[in-house]
Design a protein. Structure first.
Length: 310
């Protein structure tokens, strides 16, 4: 007999990759002060988050909000036991990341040519050619390298994305030696069955233990898609405090799965994360207030009421 859904993931450890300081802030139109970015990262590590994507060494001409990546890392009190990966698009970004003393980078490409052209000015194949030596150089310097594959459930420009294209790109970044591959539903169009099918196809190619999921919540599907993928065996989930996020080059994309809503669900499932939920809700409310907007997450809106899964 099959077990009920919740016990299929209960007791398992899930690693949360907090992407708020990068994915969350990169889409902000108003320049966010470097000191706020640093305080956000520090508040998130105070909550017990152990992987916090800190910033992005992309071209400041393309994403002005991330132009202070060097200053963010220089001002950060890095803590033992916390990983601070940064996004890197090319050799120039890698050199800046190395100068900033990072331990881990994340490269990124997509399963859609059309999105890649808008986001990184390259086709899929051009991006893979550009990234292979970046990964090689980073690994030779002892850095851990994560990879993102975007548009795995749909593209804002191309529409549907064939599963075979997703698997091909996942295999290519795995072959470069990326230790983990995060599967991005960049515009949040996918639903649970599609998400699980896509994950399983990628897992058949590179193994489930190398995969993470990264859901944007445009259509309110991120939490459902995450649960479907947890039940299918994934154990690494990207999320963003306050549900902040979006890619400036993905038309129609909105925020990520909110970390505090994810955590509420994981706590209810009995899944161990080591993250302090009330403190995280407080961090979500703080950053939303600083940015001058209502918190996008459910928990940020209602707070931690009596009886909630802490
Ligand atoms: P390009 O214009 O083709 O590159 O952009 P280029 O080499 O011709 O460089 C243009 C200018 O930028 C030059 O300056 C370079 O020096 C400079 P100029 O000579 O004109 O003065 N430059 C840089 N400066 C600093 N650091 C660098 C760097 N690179 C070039 N690293 C490029 C190609 C890839 C650079 C550009 O398209 C880019 O930076 N794109 C990044 C876009 C981005 O950050 N998108 C959001 C992240 S992806 C995402 O959010 C999705 C994800 O969350 C997963 C999901 O949701 O699916 C990860
Ligand atoms: Mg994203």
């Amino acid at each position: 007999m099959t077990e009920p859904a919740e016990t299929m993931v209960s007791g398992a450890a899930v690693r949360i990759v907090e992407v708020g300081p990068r994915d969350g802030l990169q889409n902000e139109a108003q320049q966010v002060a470097t000191s706020v970015k640093i305080e956000l990262i520090e508040r998130l590590s105070d909550c017990g988050l152990r992987t916090i994507e800190a910033t992005s060494f992309v071209s400041p001409k393309w994403v002005p909000q991330m132009a202070d990546a060097d200053a963010v890392l220089a001002g950060l009190q890095r803590r033992d036991g916390v990983r601070y990966p940064v996004l890197v698009p090319n050799q120039q970004g890698l050199q800046r990341a190395l100068a900033a003393g990072v331990d881990e980078i994340a490269i990124f490409t997509a399963a859609s040519d059309a999105f890649n052209r808008k986001n990184i000015n390259a086709s899929i194949d051009e991006s893979l050619q550009r990234l292979a030596p970046v990964v090689e150089a980073a690994r030779a310097q002892g850095l851990a390298v994560r990879a993102y594959v975007s548009t795995v459930l749909g593209c804002p420009y191309q529409g549907a994305v064939p599963l075979t294209d997703v698997v091909r790109v996942v295999e290519a970044v795995a072959a470069m030696g990326c230790y983990e591959i995060s599967l991005g539903d960049t515009i949040g169009v996918g639903t649970a069955h599609q998400a699980r099918t896509m994950l399983q196809a990628c897992a058949a190619a590179v193994g489930m233990q190398r995969l993470a999921v990264h859901f944007h919540d445009t259509y309110g599907q991120a939490l459902a898609n995450t649960l479907a993928c947890l039940e299918a065996g994934v154990r690494v989930v990207d999320a963003s405090v306050g549900g902040l996020g979006g890619c400036p080059y993905a038309r129609g994309a909105s925020g990520n799965l909110a970390t505090e809503d994810l955590l509420y669900m994981l706590n209810g499932l009995g899944v161990d994360t080591g993250v302090d939920l009330p403190r995280l809700v407080e961090a979500a409310r703080w950053i939303s207030e600083v940015l001058g907007r209502a918190t996008a997450s459910r928990l940020g809106r209602i707070g931690m009421n009596t009886g909630a899964c802490t």
